[in-house]
Design a protein around this ligand. Structure first.
Ligand code: MG
Length: 381
């Protein structure tokens, strides 16, 4: 049973290209299935989240990150009687437009495209599902429903929103011009994204050795959960293995999910939106309590300083930027080095950006070596 404010797939705003409905699946289940079968989705397994794909087999990749976002999002959606399939679809697709090498790749591509229409990864995710996947006889893209596309376009500059609005009046660009909100399902995915990366970046940071447990005790939220675990399980920290870390991790995620559900339920009780469209016209209704939001902010500040700005991460970042910038220049000056469908695109800079954005880390490294002869990450990758 869906709540009155949920996105009901039987009342979807529909797809850009008309299609007969499926008898066996809802419209949002179909969206999810199309995303799972897309080429861009399979590439996520070889794309960096924080640690480069070749740095270790146990770190998160964009794929495992997206699965964790889907799991957390579904848990919250179920408890709030929201559309679980829609949440899953958006979670699995939210990072499809990410470049190789995580944020380093994205920053480099942004710089390369700054004079040529810009590059935004959220917009690129929408571009992947609207245009770049070419697998249906009658249209480009996956032809997802409005609701899925609305959530995939998480952020968008006014300039790009105006361009989208011109192509598709009243479509997914509109809310960035009006200052309205997306569906509750989209709001939940957005918060689940942050929940997932804050928690898994701690785990990956500890696994890599760049973070140590003592450092995390500077973060009040972590310190509290860590001492709760040791109080409930005396001696667990003296056992070999990582049980303490996993138990703190588990409590951290439960705390976030429970807080989000309780705070959002209270907000929904107050606002009592009568429909999914009433949610879009309300201020953001999915939210954490003020206290947890503040604690999450402290955690993020810590991660930024101790992990994302760690010299070893920065070293990989600098190399990744160089690979992306040099690849961009190589294809721009020799477009014949790209596959045929990218050579046919009229806007050459956009074609190069699309091609590079779609690459996995290791393909980008191999192409960079083929075109420039250099190996910034060393031989053998
Ligand atoms: Mg993400």
């Amino acid at each position: 049973m869906l709540a009155a404010w949920a996105c009901d797939p039987s009342r979807s705003r529909g797809r850009r290209h008309r299609e007969a409905s499926a008898s066996d699946r809802s419209e949002h289940q179909r969206d999810r299935d199309r995303i799972v079968h897309s080429t861009a989705f399979r590439r996520l397994v070889y794309k960096t989240q924080v640690f480069l794909n070749h740095e270790g087999d146990l770190f998160r990749t964009r794929l495992t990150h997206s699965l964790e976002v889907a799991q957390l999002g579904r848990s919250v959606a179920k408890r709030l009687s929201l559309g679980e399939d829609l949440v899953e679809a958006m979670a699995l697709a939210h990072d499809l437009g990410h470049t190789p090498f995580g944020h380093a790749g994205q920053d480099a591509l942004q710089q390369c495209m700054s004079e040529h229409g810009g590059f935004e990864h959220n917009l690129q995710s929408l571009r992947v599902v609207d245009q770049l996947e070419k697998r249906y006889p009658d249209f480009d893209g996956l032809n997802l429903t409005f609701e899925a596309r609305e959530g995939i376009l998480k952020h968008c500059s006014r300039r790009h929103a105006a361009r989208l609005e011109a192509i598709e009046p009243g479509g997914v660009g509109r809310r960035f011009l009006d200052g309205t909100q997306p569906s509750l399902e989209a709001q939940i995915v957005n918060l689940a994204d942050g929940m997932a990366y804050n928690a898994h970046d701690i785990d990956d940071g500890l696994r890599s050795g760049l973070l140590r447990l003592e450092m995390l005790d500077e973060v009040p939220l972590y310190r509290r959960l860590h001492s709760d675990v040791l109080r409930d399980h005396p001696g667990l920290d003296r056992q070999p293995g990582r049980r303490v870390i996993f138990e703190v991790q588990r409590r951290l995620l439960s705390l976030q999910v429970n807080d989000l559900v309780d705070t959002t339920e209270a907000a929904l009780r107050d606002a009592a939106p009568g429909s999914a469209d009433a949610v879009r016209r309300s201020p953001p209704l999915a939210r954490f309590s003020d206290a947890l939001r503040e604690e999450n902010r402290e955690l993020e500040t810590f991660l930024f300083r101790a992990l994302y700005r760690h010299p070893q991460v920065e070293d990989s970042t600098a190399k990744a930027r160089k690979v992306v910038a040099e690849l961009f220049e190589a294809y721009r000056s020799a477009p014949d080095e790209m596959p045929e469908d990218f050579r046919q695109e009229e806007d050459r800079h956009r074609a190069v950006a699309d091609y590079i954005a779609g690459m996995t880390d290791r393909f980008a490294i191999r192409e960079h070596h083929r075109l420039t002869g250099s190996s910034p990450f060393g031989q053998g990758f």
